[in-house]
Write a protein of this length. Structure first.
Length: 260
């Protein structure tokens, strides 16, 4: 199996994955529920003792980081400005290392950060570590979906980790991206419809696509359908032709889009 280990890092858990594509793809996945009051160092140490997926040789780690981002149009971006853009939006995150991902299909750059202590922990435990925002593969995937027959204005809602990412396109142009913390499905409808109100004059002009953790996504669809006609569930099993990654239970949608 591939010596690359994928680690998805969020406030609530650590996901570990190994994937080897091919005629008969091989996929190994494990989700470790982090102890909330323990450091990443401690959680990673305990995971190493408990998770068999971490026992195989590892040449490289791809760290998929769930955290706040800011987005800059690709044409306006210069690498040396990444930190300045990010600090302007997130002045409170002083002890964070700033990174960026380019998303040419959306004509955008996603700027994000990782806490220095997290970087040190990963780099002390693994030889080669590369960081990616969890939103990068999601935005990239949504931007590349066929538009034939769909309304020009498409709003994607990704439910995960007690939050929703709202990503809106006008044809191929990314025109809105924000993340909101939510406590229930009514919060999802409130944030999504308020975001939509700045993009469309009537909800029927837009299509809403909901992806993510099944229970949260189903609740969001039910609530949104009370106000909007065109609300659709995103089914990764169908999107990715029943690939083993997409059909394995509990795999976060951002990790699926990264791997596939």
């Amino acid at each position: 199996m591939s010596p690359t280990l994928y680690i998805r890092i969020s406030d609530t858990d650590l996901c570990f994955a190994r994937y080897e594509a091919g005629r008969e793809p091989v996929f190994d996945f494990s989700r470790y529920r982090a102890r909330h009051h323990a450091s990443l160092t401690m959680n990673l140490r305990e995971a190493k003792n408990q998770e068999s997926i971490l026992q195989a040789p590892i040449e490289r780690v791809e760290a998929l980081v769930v955290d706040a981002v800011t987005v800059v149009p690709l044409a306006d971006f210069q690498e040396e400005d990444a930190e300045r853009f990010y600090r302007h939006c997130f002045a409170d995150k002083q002890h964070h290392r700033v990174f960026y991902d380019t998303v040419p299909s959306a004509n955008a750059v996603v700027i994000f950060s990782v806490e220095e202590s997290v970087c040190h922990t990963l780099e002390d435990n693994f030889e080669k570590v590369h960081y990616t925002s969890s939103l990068k593969p999601v935005v990239e995937h949504f931007a590349s979906l066929p538009q034939c027959g769909a309304p020009a204005k498409r709003i994607y809602i990704y439910c995960h980790d007690q939050a929703v990412d709202v990503i809106a396109f006008d044809e191929s142009r990314l025109c809105f991206l924000n993340t909101f913390k939510v406590l229930g499905e009514k919060d999802v409808a409130y944030y999504v419809l308020n975001a939509a109100s700045g993009l469309v004059t009537e909800e029927k002009e837009a299509a809403f696509y909901v992806a993510g953790e099944a229970t949260e996504a189903e609740a969001a669809i039910k609530e949104l359908s009370r106000y909007a006609a065109n609300v659709y569930a995103v089914h990764p099993e169908a999107e990715f032709n029943r690939n083993i990654v997409a059909t394995t239970p509990d795999v976060p949608y951002d990790l699926i889009t990264l791997l596939l």
